[in-house]
Design a protein around this ligand. Structure first.
Ligand code: SF4
Length: 303
């Protein structure tokens, strides 16, 4: 079944006075024809992989083979542990560090959960983990938060795309931020309307975002973008809980994302033929990686 609008879910949530996550769980039980327990256990398993990727990611101190990433989540956590004054709150820095750490874990071949994609895998877990930690939320609330996020992801996928090669990074990190914002509202006990509104608020601010990975690797700008958009998603959740309304409703924002994605040139759709990938520095990394690959092959021939 294609889910291309949040409206029927919002109506059901309002009529039955239930949260977005609860409505999504009931929907999954119905369409999959399995018990609620099985549905919840499936998401708990996914959550266990997300938690592992957070814990492993912030420990990484080594650079990735390309030299473009690695160790930045750990740097942020170390900075946080120092007694010096920080410009951002501890939870903001933890969200950024955890999201970046998952990206670094992905670059080191660790197992991550695509949410919606591998390149944007850090946003949802980092926001959910840190918000739940701050609010002392139960596992049940975390799982409901993840179901709320999954509904947002499914609507974006059906109505537009969740692929950088199709619609640019707005469709990857933008969607992951929308998913995370909805999850954060759910965990905080907000209404379905507030969860969807938070998703709209943050997604709007990623429209037109280019997919321009340097040397074709999902490292620059991807990993740090996870950290910064995870923070935006959390602020969007707070804005929504405070009553700040997105003038453009969520479904319309996704339609706009689709339209913008179709207008974007292929140079900024994961081809690495434009944007940051073709800056002097970006091209320098590409050349350096090509030469080091060739040297490796020559070494193998000599053996
Ligand atoms: S820049 Fe491209 S590859 Fe990187 S996260 Fe965004 S969409 Fe994915």
């Amino acid at each position: 079944m294609t889910i291309d609008s949040v409206l029927p879910f919002l109506k059901k949530a309002k009529d039955e006075n239930k949260s977005l996550g609860e409505i999504m769980i009931e929907h999954e039980v119905e369409i999959q024809g399995v018990s609620r327990k099985e549905i919840l256990n499936g998401m708990k398993k996914i959550w266990s992989y997300m938690v592992n990727s957070i814990k492993q990611g912030v420990k990484i101190t080594k650079e990735s083979p390309s030299g473009m990433s690695g160790g930045n989540a750990n740097k942020l956590m170390t900075y946080l542990s120092k007694k010096t004054k920080k410009l951002s709150s501890a939870s903001v820095l933890k969200i950024a560090a955890r999201a970046i750490g998952i990206g670094e874990f992905n670059s080191s071949m660790g197992v991550i959960v695509a949410a919606p994609t591998a390149g944007s895998a850090g946003v949802v877990p980092a926001v959910v983990y840190t918000v739940a930690e701050k609010l002392n939320a139960s596992e049940e609330m975390i799982i409901k938060g993840l179901f709320a996020s999954s509904l947002i992801g499914l609507v974006c996928d059906a109505r537009a795309s969740t692929s950088g090669s199709e619609h640019g990074c707005q469709a990857e990190i933008g969607v992951s931020a929308a998913m995370a914002a909805a999850a954060a509202v759910e965990i905080a006990g907000g209404t379905a309307e507030q969860a969807v509104n938070a998703a709209a608020l943050v997604l709007k601010n990623t429209l037109g975002l280019a997919c321009d990975p340097v040397a074709g690797l999902v490292e620059v700008p991807c990993i740090k973008r996870n950290g910064l958009l995870a923070v935006s998603a959390t602020v969007a959740a707070d804005m929504s809980l405070a009553g700040v309304q997105s003038v453009i409703p969520f479904d319309d924002v996704v339609t706009a994302m689709d339209e913008i994605g179709r207008m974007m040139p292929c140079e900024i759709k994961e081809t690495s033929e434009g944007g940051l990938a073709t800056t002097k520095t970006g091209l320098g990394y590409k050349l350096w990686l090509k030469r080091s690959g060739e040297r490796q092959l020559e070494g193998e021939d000599e053996l």
